[in-house]
Design a protein around this ligand. Structure first.
Ligand code: IMP
Length: 480
């Protein structure tokens, strides 16, 4: 065969990376959805069904995306799931079916959705292990950690632990046998009844048959597209503070969520990188345990939000929705203000339905995330919620703009949870605006107090703000 000349880096094609800068749920999907029209491919590079994005359909309905990248409503865009992702075949098949059956919108993923043959498969035993071991971290119970752990372990004696989608395509009989062996081994270890093993494997195989047409055997798939001039948008799942190395370890997810990870799990060379877009929100939130320096109500809130009864959240949305919000806002206790903000800004988990812990915008954490990831453009969602502080007793807007650790000022996020839990956040109070900004579409029309705050964020973090979310609807956005 004649040797094909390898082309140099394309002049036209490039990749941008979009990541979450806080603890997840910053509203990344709505930004991807907005930007998608300028790209040819939207690609995921990490995580799996632990991500949960809700996007609005054109008729005002809602669709939850877990594994399929955002941008589904642009019929010509390619959606790519990279080798750094972990795939739950059953959930993916169901998600595809739901997307293809949205009322009034034609979504056809044939020839649009491509999944790397090197992506690892979430096996039934991963779900068992996560159920047994994930409680202390507060995982989403999607088997994400055990799957990445098996990827790193590779083999246990003769037993193959990391099984990829391509393996199942090459030889389903052989590899489903290996999946069963892994399941039986874990049932044995935890004393779990394995009577249904054959059924579980058969069900998984039938779901696999429904998604196998999407598996991409060409490991240079994205590179070839970029060579021809394609513009790629990498869509990060989870966020910086949940990165397995850079986040608040061990209270993190099990993949790398940083910009650089896009060029490992996204199957493209970093040569093509153009810029990084970071997404934050004006009122922060976190699900799961772990340090959160600016949390309303501190440790008390962490315990309250994570409390369960009979395996379910003790304080779900329907319970909190009945509280007297104005009374909570007038309380002198930050814990109460946090509960009110959670209710007003609908901060409940998409995947888990848990109440999210909420906190004051923390500029030290934000600056850390921006510097660590080389963020070029910053988008800040939920700025419309800041006027809620005008209804509090003091009527001022709190912002965290300093950390002290053992009496010493620091300008970074500490590298251990012990140190991070000990950090004292310095709060500065700003004058608050009370007007409703959800109808504003121009930066100059935002209240002076909000404009001033946004400029201060830019100078504190050393990064330009490119957009401001002023409401959940598609068009409720101010481009800067
Ligand atoms: P896992 O990713 O299911 O292993 O969960 C590990 C930690 O990451 C838990 O605290 C989860 O709540 C958190 N987490 C995982 N995915 C998301 C997400 O998409 N948004 C916010 N938190 C997440």
């Amino acid at each position: 065969m004649a040797k094909k000349k390898v082309q140099k880096r394309s002049a036209k094609g490039f990749a941008d990376v979009l990541i979450g800068l806080q603890y997840g749920d910053e509203g990344k999907a709505r930004i991807v959805d907005m930007l998608a029209k300028d790209y040819d491919v939207i690609a995921r590079f990490n995580g799996g069904a632990n991500a949960g994005h809700t996007i609005e359909t054109k008729d005002g309905g809602k669709v939850a995306l877990q594994q399929v990248p955002s941008g589904i409503f642009y019929p010509k865009k390619i959606l790519y799931i990279g080798s750094g992702c972990v795939v739950n075949v059953e959930k993916l098949a169901i998600e595809i079916e739901k997307l293809e059956n949205i009322k009034g919108v034609k979504v056809d993923l044939t020839n649009r959705l491509r999944i790397s043959c090197q992506a690892s498969v979430i096996q039934p035993h991963h779900l068992l292990i996560d159920a047994e071991t994930g409680k202390t971290i507060g995982t989403t119970k999607n088997g994400i950690g055990p799957c990445y752990a098996d990827k790193a372990l590779r083999m246990d004696g003769e037993r193959l632990l990391n099984i990829k989608l391509g393996d199942l395509l090459d030889d389903p009989q052989e590899y489903f046998k290996k999946i069963k062996a892994n399941y039986l081994a874990v049932c044995g270890k935890y004393g779990i009844d394995h009577a249904h093993a054959d059924n579980i494997i058969a069900t998984m195989e039938s779901f696999f048959n429904r998604i196998k047409e999407y598996i991409e055997p060409d490991t240079l798939f994205l590179e070839k597209k970029v060579q021809k001039g394609a513009k790629i948008l990498f869509e990060g799942a989870q966020s910086i503070m949940l990165d397995i190395t850079k986040g608040s370890v061990p209270y993190v997810t099990s993949s790398n969520t940083v910009t650089a990870a896009a060029y490992v799990g996204g199957d493209l060379s970093p040569n093509y990188h153009r810029k990084t877009i970071g997404v934050a929100k004006a009122i922060m939130s976190r699900v799961g345990y772990g340090p959160f320096a600016s949390e309303f109500g501190g440790e008390r809130s962490e315990k309250y939000c994570m409390a369960t009864e009979g395996g379910k959240s003790k304080h779900p949305q329907p319970v909190e929705a009945k509280y007297d919000i104005e009374k909570l806002l007038k309380s002198g206790d930050y814990f109460d203000i946090g509960v009110a903000l959670r209710v007003l800004s609908h901060e409940y988990g998409t995947v888990t339905a848990r109440p999210r812990r909420v906190g004051i915008l923390d500029l030290v954490q934000l600056a850390y995330a921006i510097r660590m990831n080389g963020v070029d453009e910053l988008m800040i969602n939920k700025c419309d919620m800041l006027n809620v502080f005008a209804r509090t007793k003091r009527g001022v807007l709190p912002i965290v703009n300093g950390y002290t650790l053992d009496g010493r000022e620091i300008d970074y996020v500490p590298g251990t949870v012990k140190a991070y839990y000990s950090v004292k956040a310095k709060v500065e109070y700003k004058k608050c605006f009370d007007s409703d900004v959800s109808g504003v579409r121009k930066f100059g029309k935002l209240p002076k107090e909000l404009q001033g705050l946004l400029r201060e964020i830019e100078s504190f973090c050393g990064c330009k703000i490119a957009g401001v979310g002023v409401g959940p609807e598609r068009e409720q956005f101010v481009k800067v």
